[in-house]
Design a protein. Sequence first.
Length: 59
Amino acid sequence: MEDKKTQFLTELKELLAKYNATICANYIDECVAIYVGDEEISYPDTSVIADNVFDYDKD
């Protein structure tokens, strides 16, 4: 049986591929950016967790 880290990374890899997504650290603006195709989702904090996944910068 796979360990949790391997399971998580496998699922993340599948989601990134499915949605043509990229996760980036933006050190200049001190945020995390997730690109889904050409659309950017920016988080003002430097971490994204289950509790704040919908708290992105809507501007």
